[in-house]
Design a protein around this ligand. Structure first.
Ligand SMILES: [Ca+2]
Length: 472
């Protein structure tokens, strides 16, 4: 625009003095056009510096399930398109189970600081509250799991910074969920197969209603958490079983959401983060199998009700990589490099400070408490290769179980908080050291060969324990 005005003024200046009046009249005549152009430009500038945000949070999706992370059982072209048009994060950490993972995502703090995870303290500051105060309209659709799976006035989405909520406050273990429209209880449904479509419909309605203002949408799907199911048109489509059929349906629904984003003209100005809350089930397979098969009888393929951690060891509920390292993709055309893969260490904990920074609201991040997340704006925008972290702390409840620094991961001894209902692989429960760069599957304990690394990581662990106690 400056260039445009400049050209007009230059044109005017080269005109002889006698023509100045005529020139001014010409400018006056085109003034409304200039003003419109100027306003559009200012609006675009404001929009590009202040994007919309959408988080697509999948439940129990494994590191190796989707195509762009090596999955082959289900075709996931819509999810994979985010990798082509955005950045793929291969060292992105959530927490090991549902509720705590959601608490960490929303607050940027480890679950033990915020009330455990399946519930939170009412005075925690959610990313939705920060963005709402910064002028965003905020919506949450889907599984909440931060109010002890029931309605609690102070802990439901509408009390945690969300202008709009539609979804289920709890999980679907019993093949049913009770739906809420904001604070109003609706029906209880047993149609697990219909939830992905329903949540997508509600998300698209929200986008359409708020397409002309800054918005934040947190879409937390109930799938792929058992009990899983697929709609009739997706059943037996893959030939690879129930899990793959259900994942193909979820991908199609994500495709419908991405198409709506494009149709509403929001694609270029919206940051889309796709990830999962924890790794896939693996332990107690018979129990999960039985639980799912009791409700879902149509399948004639293998009744696989859990996903794959791909090359990673372990599963949901553990601090092996397979429990907490999840697939993650971020798209923001023209800002986040397209087609890039980064192994820089990142986490759901980083979402709150990073989104706050991108929204120009970094000063709204609370300073009166520990924020475990870090601002990854530079990494996201391709201005940094390493990002703002050189490591990660693996907590289970208030027990620090492992420490990562660079490619080294030290698993601590004598762990007590081991979730036997999800994970039977507890390792040696002595000091174990792995080099994740050479040994992603945590198969070779090299603790004896690297005493200096062990000492360095033990020191980090000790300091982290002290810091945690001080900050509670
Ligand atoms: Ca989960």
């Amino acid at each position: 625009m400056v260039e445009f005005i400049g050209k007009r003024l230059t044109d005017l200046c080269i005109v002889p003095v006698g023509c100045v009046v005529l020139g001014v009249l010409k400018i006056m005549k085109s003034l409304p056009l200039i003003l419109v152009f100027l306003l559009v430009s200012i609006n675009s500038a404001a929009q590009s510096s202040r994007p919309n945000f959408i988080i697509i949070f999948i439940d129990d999706l494994g590191y190796g399930d989707v195509g762009c992370f090596g999955g082959t059982d289900a075709r996931t072209p819509s999810i994979d398109s985010l990798a082509e048009e955005g950045t793929r994060f291969t060292s992105f950490y959530a927490q090991s189970v549902c509720g705590p993972s959601r608490g960490a995502l929303m607050t940027g703090r480890y679950p033990h600081r915020i009330g455990g995870g399946w519930t939170t303290n009412g005075d925690e500051v959610f990313v939705s509250e920060i963005l709402r105060e910064a002028g965003y309209v905020t919506g949450c659709v889907g599984k909440w799991d931060m109010s002890k799976r029931r309605y609690q006035e102070a802990l439901v989405p509408n009390s945690q910074g969300y202008d709009y909520y539609y979804g289920a406050l709890g999980a679907n273990d019993g093949n049913k969920v009770t739906l809420y429209d904001n604070r109003k209880e609706l029906e209880t449904t047993t149609d697990m197969a219909g939830l992905s479509e329903l949540y997508t419909d509600k998300s698209i309605e929200f986008l359409e209603a708020h397409r002309n203002e800054p918005f934040f949408l947190y879409l937390a799907h109930t799938m792929m958490h058992v009990v899983i199911d697929a709609s009739p048109r997706f059943r037996n489509r893959t030939g690879n079983g129930l899990y793959a059929d259900t994942l193909e349906e979820l991908d199609a629904e994500i495709g419908r959401l991405l198409a709506a984003i494009e149709e509403f003209g929001l694609k270029d100005n919206t940051v889309v983060l796709f990830t999962s809350d924890n790794g896939p089930w693996s332990n107690d397979i018979n129990r999960q199998h039985t639980k799912n098969a009791k409700h879902v009888r149509w399948t004639d393929g293998p009744e696989l009700a859990w996903g794959s951690a791909g090359p990673l060891r372990g599963a949901k509920g553990s601090n092996w990589e397979g429990g907490v390292r999840v697939p993650a993709l971020v798209r923001w055309p023209g800002h986040v490099p397209a087609g890039r893969t980064t192994d820089a260490i990142t986490s759901t904990l980083d979402v709150l400070p990073t989104f706050a920074a991108l929204a120009g609201a970094i000063d709204r991040v609370p300073k009166d408490r520990v924020i475990d997340g870090v601002n990854q704006q530079a990494l996201l925008l391709g201005e940094s290769i390493q990002g703002a972290r050189d490591g990660f702390l693996y907590f289970e409840g208030d027990e620090l179980q492992a420490v990562r620094q660079g490619s080294w991961k030290l698993r601590l001894p004598d762990l007590k908080e081991l979730r036997t209902w999800t994970e039977s692989d507890h390792g040696t429960n002595k000091l174990e050291l792995y080099n994740l760069e050479r040994d992603l599957g945590e198969s070779k304990n090299v603790v004896n060969e690297n005493p200096e690394v062990v000492q360095r990581l033990l020191a980090i662990a000790e300091a982290s324990k002290v810091k945690r106690k001080e900050s509670l």
